[in-house]
Design a protein around this ligand. Sequence first.
Ligand code: UN1
Length: 512
Amino acid sequence: DSFGIIQSLQKIGLKSENLGSSTGQNWLKSAETMLSSFSPADGQLIAQVQFSDAETYESILAQAQLAFEKWRLVPAPQRGEIVREIGNALREVKADLGKLVSYEMGKSYQEGLGEVQEMIDICDFAVGLSRQLYGLTMHSERPGHRMYEQWHPLGIVGIISAFNFPVAVWSWNAALAWVCGDVCVWKPSEKAPLSGVACQLIAARVFAKHGMPEGISNLIIGDYRIGELMSHDPRIPLVSATGSTRMGKLVGKAVGERLGRSLLELGGNNAIIITENADLEIAIRGALFGAVGTAGQRCTTTRRLIIQESVYDEVKSRLASAYTKLVIGNPLDEKNHVGPLIDQDAVKNYLSAIEKVKAEGGKAVVEGGVLSGEGYESGCYVKPAIYEAENHFEIVQHETFAPILYLIKYSTLPEAIALQNGVPQGLSSAIMTTHIREAEAFLSAAGSDCGIANVNIGTSGAEIGGAFGGEKETGGGRESGSDAWKAYMRRQTNTINYSTSLPLAQGIKFDI
Ligand code: UN1
């Protein structure tokens, strides 16, 4: 344990030898089957956690319902105060939780720390928000009447999160939901359950300190069946789901059938347009981190570079030479730039995408491949790869969760924008240019069709202060900053008559 993993687990309160036995935590009740969590960094078993079934699900829902009755009556700024303490608790364990995320999920330690920082930041954001859940007042058309709107808590928010941001995406939802007066039931990814348990422990300690029921925050470790139960459950007015478009369509359909709300954060197929007016130094740096950061496993990862023909060759050769300097290895070792993929299935998908792009006529600029030998025993380490491709290739139209970058050539900007928009997904996009006309055209109504559109910044690494999410097959949901909180509350319009008569709206006469 040269990286001090066990120590970090213990500091967070996870006793690796003790994860299977009941400690009275909500997430540990009754289930019998165990789920093993392996690290993609070294292939080691980290720990086992109890796998929940339908029965556990019922008891958790009951707890959540009870907790909601209490929590919704706590004034929002007091709810914010508790969220502030959760943010402080996260500050205390930032290094340890960042390490666990890095070890369990495989992202670099720096990115693990960055993910915990996002959690801290969203807590701060939510604290401020807890005094700002503003509604509007309107002028009534009737004399002696007052009209206004208020925002009330919704109830239980179901959170289904993905392995790639095993803790931050939960916090974007949970911190907002809590200040809004909601309670949460969280199903983390089966590929990163320990990170979920760690967060539950951290939040539960703060709620307990305030004499609040742990049911304000609930964790349920399970597979797609738990997700199905959540999607069909009318006791959960909002299901917020992050993951594949395939999963999102199932969730959206099930929630839609019962006319519930879903907040979907699905696949991206993000592109950077590099024009002839780009600052190439910035363009290469932005593309590099966007494509290989988190080993290409962010929903905001740069998957396509759409490059103007006059700078195409230069961008191609500079990128290729930057790729030769990438050091691939254990994510906890800070000299490495790129860690492993999450598991062997992801490696298979990576290999099959490479086969497909070649079969469709793609040419390797930097050839991919699986790494083996010392340090790569887990079999999850792959080489970041670059292929020249065309936008219409079937594989280019798909999101492959791996570090594979496609280069596409264009001549005019309208053509580049059409290529950028010419995929089913609509999450993140960017243009690299120092030319104001190009930048503004890209940001205009006829420009990028994505939820995120950047100038001289890569596609990934969005700040929490903005609304995060995308259009088309990305699902349309918005999380974290701006007014994303509104999805977690119900709006009520109130009209009060303080006059001595009862005039009807629209001037209608109804006298007997
Ligand atoms: C995700 O990959 O699901 O913009 C979220 C980013 C991060 C969040 C990514 N702030 O890359």
